[in-house]
Ligand binder design. Structure first.
Ligand code: PMP
Length: 309
């Protein structure tokens, strides 16, 4: 997905011109993947542009950094304010995607990251649907990857660490080259973990089931948590349970969730069509409630919005 440049990027407390937001080639994180990041969306609402679940994203950024033993020199409040500033200064009133990044800078080389300077940057730009408008409307085709999700004792899957995404990239490339839209990764125990950048849900016997994030080696998705709340409010039964690949093949409905992807129906898994191949009623109800919630159209979910204009 191409990036549309905006005006300013926040770097360690300063607003820097987009084109000047660069770093040295010997930046530690570029070599060893020793950073943490977030993906956040802001949406237009009747009361101005609003960032969705901003504080939770920043808290996860600091939790990821803590897992990686990276001491971030900014507080949650400071980074929340910085995100608001980036959206406002770039006049992103129609909504945008925000990318906060914690990274280890120039100065030290070698595998001990502890002496490296820690920096934070926050960029934002307008971004359309991650899996395409048609995917959102009609569903996407998924492939179970031949790449396994990390064992949590090999790489901490609870952290959104930059280097860990080699695993997601490999799975994504494999799926695309094979003609699919997105990959599903199994964990070393053979249970369904998550997609390359999304959590996964199925409907079986009218019940919604999603893998138990950290227990299944998946990221604890903020959209997954949002959907769990919405599902309960809509009166659906939802549980966190392990799934195996055949649970996906015979599901009545399936969908994936992520900040970038939002809520996307799954049309088929490994060429087995899910349900009748069109988004099912539970998927559609959750998707439309999610889209209304992020746009501030539902009073009960407005506490998830941080206005930035
Ligand atoms: N799993 C992975 C591996 C991800 O990168 C993401 C995106 N952050 C998700 C799940 C979904 O998380 P969220 O809903 O918080 O965006």
């Amino acid at each position: 997905m191409p990036i549309t440049p905006t005006d300013k990027i926040w770097m360690d407390g300063e607003l820097v011109d987009w084109a000047k937001a660069t770093t040295h080639i010997l930046t530690h994180t570029l070599h060893y993947g020793t950073g943490a990041f977030e993906g956040i969306r802001a949406y237009p609402t009747d009361d101005g542009v609003a960032i969705f679940r901003l504080r939770e994203h920043i808290e996860r950024l600091l939790a990821s950094s803590k897992i990686l033993m990276v001491d971030v020199p900014f507080s949650v409040d400071e980074l929340v304010d910085a995100c608001i500033k980036v959206v406002a200064v770039n006049k992103l009133d129609d909504g945008c995607y925000l990318r906060p990044l914690v990274y280890l800078g120039y100065g030290e080389m070698g595998l001990n990251p502890l002496p490296c300077p820690v920096s934070v940057a926050i960029a934002a730009w307008p971004w359309g649907t991650y899996l395409g408008d048609e995917g959102v409307a009609k569903g996407v085709n998924m492939k179970i990857s031949s790449w396994q999700r990390h064992d949590p004792n090999a790489v901490p899957t609870a952290a959104k660490g930059t280097g860990m995404y080699i695993n997601s990239s490999l799975a994504k490339v494999e799926a695309i080259k094979a003609g699919y839209d997105e990959a599903i990764l199994l964990n070393p125990q053979g249970h369904v973990s998550e997609c390359t950048g999304e959590n996964l849900f199925v409907v079986r016997g009218g019940r919604i089931i999603t893998p138990p994030s950290s227990g299944a080696g998946a990221l604890e998705g903020i959209t997954q948590d949002t959907v769990a709340t919405i599902a309960a409010d809509l009166g659906y039964e939802l549980s966190f349970e392990n799934l195996v690949r055949t649970d996906l093949y015979v599901a009545e409905e399936a969908f994936l969730t992520g900040t970038a992807a939002e809520v996307v129906p799954i049309r088929a898994v490994d060429d087995r069509v899910v349900g009748d191949g069109t988004p099912g009623p539970i998927t559609k109800a959750i998707q439309s409630t999610y889209f209304a919630a992020v746009r501030g159209q539902l009073e009960q979910y407005r506490h998830w919005l941080t206005y930035a204009s």
